[in-house]
Design a protein around this ligand. Structure first.
Ligand code: ADP
Length: 613
């Protein structure tokens, strides 16, 4: 049955009962009204008529007595007037005879007696006074008829009075019965209403409540729940729809869970397959993924199913990188060996370049960080071998080459004899090539020493302005040759910096050398120094030269790198690599900014001198 059917079924009997009660009430009221009306109409009028008739009769009788006393005139007058009243009252009674045969008989008797009394009265007044005593007191005379009429009128009065009492009693009975009937009907209505409410509760509210509770539980994630289906009404269909929806949700969750599990397994298998240590942590440093290499190298606790994620405490060499990635959302991508971290594995030192990247959701929300340690032990070894080899070869080449240079110089000075123009030309070219080769060898040796950390620095407090001045003085003659302005733009009162003035001077010389080489005639080279926010001092060498294309900028500090298309310019591609090594040896850093056609700027940031540091 539908919900509408249920409601109709519950309400209809109640409505019918109320209709019956209303109908019965109206009928009873009507009946009571009619009965009261009948009492008034039939009986009360008769009672009053008999009282009136009795009074008129008494006065008619008095008129005979007046006549007997000789008051003829007043007697006749009273006789005539009271007969009128008498007839009026008799007429009321005649029209008001009830259905009772007894009253009909009495009225008929009263009519007969009235005719007789009237005839006797008329005879009384027609007779002379001496006969009147007999007419009045005689056997079956006026007095006798008077008494008879009084008796019959009293009987009619009593019958009607009795009937009034009966009718009143009946009305009271009816009212009592009505009250009982209504009370019963009311009680029945209450019982019916309570039954209807209980039934509706069981058939409608109960199932709705069950569906609501199940829906709430399903909403809270208990997808295994099934909503009970009772009947095929609207609530039943709703419950069925809910069950279908839950079934689909279950399937969806199942497939989602499987997909997630699969994705997790794939991710784990992927990072497990890397030989390099890989660790993925959340924002609080808890380990989400860690491959076996990470577990064995760093002792990272692997995530276990059903257990809360363990927090990873990175080793000292990685702590800052991980913090930077998590707090500042900054990737830390190390490239040079001097940024490498060394760990001892199976009794041997292994070198790793840490790569720490913050991880983000597609919406840009930070999830944590991924740490990859690139094992560069082999490359470092190769690099050392190469440096050693270069150093050895350079060293071996330097001595003979120095003698060649000396020989060429001696020949060119014509100490051993005059030279032909052609010989002179060849020897000049040989001197230039020898100079270039020697410079290259010196640079290679310097670089190898710096890379190996063999160059012992003698760190002293140095006034930055002095450094800039010395570098400018060294470059002055070359700059003048090219008609370049060399300007020193230092800030007075700078704190001393902690540097080896010879080594740093060499670095500044290299930068100035490049600035002069790559700046057109008439340009300007500026040297400056200033204190920066973190308390360090920044030395800047900038020029108004040809600049460096954007794509070459990241490589200018690489060894042997030269900007393509500038082969006619002198150079080895080692100058900036040496500068960088010198700056790193001073625990400083160097950056290059350039705009092709407008100039290039190098900033070297160095720590200030601190007593006892
Ligand atoms: P090089 O011996 O060739 O100068 P460097 O390592 O000193 O080698 O410089 C690498 C390259 O960077 C150079 O070949 C040059 O093209 C470019 N470079 C360096 N300094 C400047 C500068 N101040 N202006 C323009 N280009 C420069």
């Amino acid at each position: 049955m539908t919900l509408r059917g249920h409601i109709l079924l519950a309400v209809t009997p109640l409505l019918l009962l109320l209709l019956c009660l209303g109908g019965a009430g109206a009928a009873l009221l009507l009946q009571l009204g009619q009965r009261s009306d009948a009492i008034l109409r039939e009986n009360y009028d008769s009672v009053r008529a008999m009282a009136g008739l009795n009074e008129a009769l008494e006065r008619i009788d008095s008129s005979y007595q007046f006549a007997l006393a000789g008051q003829e005139r007043d007697a006749r007058e009273a006789h005539r007037a009271n007969w009128v009243l008498y007839r009026e009252q008799l007429g009321v009674e005649e029209r008001n005879v009830t259905i009772f045969p007894e009253e009909q008989h009495l009225v008929a008797e009263l009519q007969d007696l009235t005719i007789r009394y009237q005839a006797q009265g008329e005879a009384f007044y027609a007779h002379p006074a001496r006969d009147r005593q007999r007419d009045y007191f005689g056997e079956r005379g006026l007095l006798h008829t008077f008494a008879e009429i009084k008796r019959v009128a009293a009987a009619i009065h009593d019958i009607n009075e009795e009937e009034m009492h009966n009718a009143s009693r009946k009305a009271q009975d009816t009212a009592r019965m009505s009250v009982i009937g209504f009370a019963f009907g009311l009680a029945l209505s209450v019982v019916l209403a309570v039954t209807a409410v209980l039934w509706l509760q069981r058939t409608i509210l109960g199932p709705i409540q069950a569906v609501t509770e199940a829906a709430t539980a399903i909403g809270a994630g208990q997808l295994h729940l099934v909503v009970p289906v009772r009947g095929q009404d609207e609530v039943g269909r709703l419950a069925q729809a809910f069950n279908v929806m839950t079934e689909k949700l279950r399937g969806y969750r199942q497939s989602n869970t499987e997909r997630l599990l699969h994705a997790r397994l794939t991710a784990q298998a992927t990072i497990d397959s890397f030989p390099d240590p890989v660790i993925v942590i959340d924002l609080f440093g808890r380990v989400e993924f860690a491959n076996p290499a990470a577990q064995s190298l760093l002792g990272v606790p692997p995530p276990k199913d059903g257990e809360p994620l363990a927090v990873w405490h990175p080793p000292e060499s990685l702590r800052q990188h991980v913090e930077d990635a998590l707090r500042q959302q900054r990737p830390v991508l190390t490239k040079a060996f001097d940024e490498a971290a060394t760990f001892r594995v199976d009794g041997e030192d292994r070198t790793y370049l840490p790569q720490v990247r913050p991880t983000r959701s597609p919406e840009g929300e930070t999830l944590g960080a991924a740490v990859v340690l690139n094992d560069v032990t082999r490359f470092r070894l190769l690099d050392r071998l190469k440096s050693d080899w270069v150093a050895t070869v350079s060293h071996e080449l330097k001595t003979p080459l120095t003698s060649v240079r000396l020989a060429v110089h001696v020949l060119l000075e014509e100490v051993v004899g005059p030279l032909e123009p052609k010989q002179l030309e060849l020897l000049v070219e040989a001197r230039e090539n020898t100079e270039r080769l020697l410079k290259l060898i010196e640079q290679l040796l310097a670089l190898a020493k710096l890379e190996e950390g063999e160059e012992r620095l003698s760190i002293r407090p140095v006034d930055p302005a002095d450094l800039l001045r010395a570098a400018a003085d060294d470059a002055l003659s070359r700059a003048e040759d090219k008609r370049l302005a060399v300007v020193i733009d230092d800030t007075p009162g700078l704190p001393p910096i902690a540097v080896d003035s010879v080594r740093l001077g060499r670095a500044l010389d290299n930068l100035l050398d490049n600035a002069i080489t790559y700046t057109e005639v008439g340009g300007k080279v500026t040297l400056s120094a200033k204190l920066i926010d973190d308390g360090r001092v920044r030395l800047t060498v900038s020029d108004t030269g040809i600049g460096i294309p954007a794509e070459s900028l990241p490589h200018v500090f690489d060894r042997f790198f030269r900007v393509p298309g500038r082969d006619q310019m002198p150079g080895t591609g080692l100058g900036l690599a040496i500068v960088r090594e010198i700056v790193i040896a001073h625990h400083g850093d160097i950056v290059c900014e350039s705009e092709p056609g407008r100039g290039t700027t190098f900033h070297i940031t160095l720590p200030r001198w601190e007593e006892g540091a």
